[in-house]
Design a binder for this molecule. Structure first.
Ligand SMILES: C[S@@+](CC[C@H](N)C(=O)[O-])C[C@H]1O[C@@H](n2cnc3c(N)ncnc32)[C@H](O)[C@@H]1O
Length: 271
């Protein structure tokens, strides 16, 4: 596992909140399509700050149970606090590698979002995750694909410049930016039946669309890594005004912003 490339600053917390506003409904629709619902016992691999586990807690309801695991013990404190504030009693979080921390093998579903893109061996992770399921249980992973990076239509000058800074060249070190399109082969290599897919990209414009600020905060969190890869200097990017400039530029061109596609892949364990 590479160190988590986005860091854990105050800005990163703000970024996670915006991220959940934008992606929460998309992840929920994906899990519903995958068949996750009332009364199920679900394992969430790589819970981070807990957004997915809390969303699943709502889907499974009080008769269900969610077990969230993350190797980063610190971020789980945030996840636990959020679960307590939301009043959910059916969610628990455990620190460690899920392959050693979770011994139960009768989960109805195992889920993960933005986990496979960060691990060196996604096939092994999916195989180990499926081993925690009962036969017939659901495997559901939700991952980005940066084949289409954040883009405005029509293209605007600030957005075009941003793409140059933000998108690392293909084949470099760091997270797998094309994980979405690799999910099918990953499931097959893990010994699972070919998954079904649900694809959705966030898109919007105008004064209430949170995507401009979200992209700016993501650029802020990613910059230390991007600087190493592309040599871009923080002074070139002017992060403090980036969100506002993206918004103004889009408004001037009556443009919409589309964020990278989310690929949701799900299947059922057959044996
Ligand atoms: C980008 S975060 C995703 C957070 C969350 N799933 C979400 O969608 O907001 C990925 C997390 O996966 C965790 N992780 C990766 N491999 C893991 C493993 N084998 N066991 C437990 N956690 C793991 C990392 O520590 C990291 O916090």
């Amino acid at each position: 596992m590479e160190p988590y490339i986005l860091g854990h600053s105050e800005h990163e917390t703000r970024r996670l909140i915006l991220q959940h506003q934008i992606y929460g409904p998309i992840t929920r629709r994906f899990f519903e399509a995958a068949g996750i619902g009332r009364g199920m016992k679900v394992l969430d691999v790589g819970s981070g700050a807990g957004d997915v586990a809390l969303l699943v807690a709502d889907l499974v309801g009080p008769a269900g149970r969610v077990v969230g695991v993350d190797m980063n013990a610190g971020i789980l404190d945030t996840a636990r606090e959020r679960a307590a504030v939301a009043g959910w009693r059916n969610v628990e979080f455990h620190a460690g590698d899920f392959t050693t921390v979770v011994t139960e093998r009768d989960f109805d579903a195992v889920v993960g979002r933005w986990v496979l893109m960060h691990v060196p061996d996604p096939v092994t992770l999916v195989r180990n995750a499926a081993a925690r399921l009962r036969v017939g249980g659901i495997v559901a992973f939700h991952e980005n694909d940066f084949t289409y990076p954040p883009t405005t239509f029509p293209p605007t000058p600030v957005d075009t410049e941003l793409a140059r800074w933000l998108v690392p060249p293909p084949g470099g070190r760091g997270p797998e930016m094309r994980m979405g399109t690799k999910l099918y082969a990953t499931f097959l290599d893990a010994g699972l039946p070919g998954p079904q897919f649900r694809l959705e990209a966030p898109a919007g414009g105008g004064p209430d669309w949170p995507g401009f600020e979200y992209v700016a905060e993501t650029a802020r969190s990613l910059l230390p890594m991007i600087e190493k890869i592309t040599g871009v200097k923080p002074t070139e990017v002017d992060l403090d005004t980036l969100g506002a400039r993206l918004r103004e530029d889009a408004a001037k061109h009556r443009a919409i912003q589309m964020l990278p596609l989310m690929f949701g892949a799900w299947t059922r364990k057959t044996g």
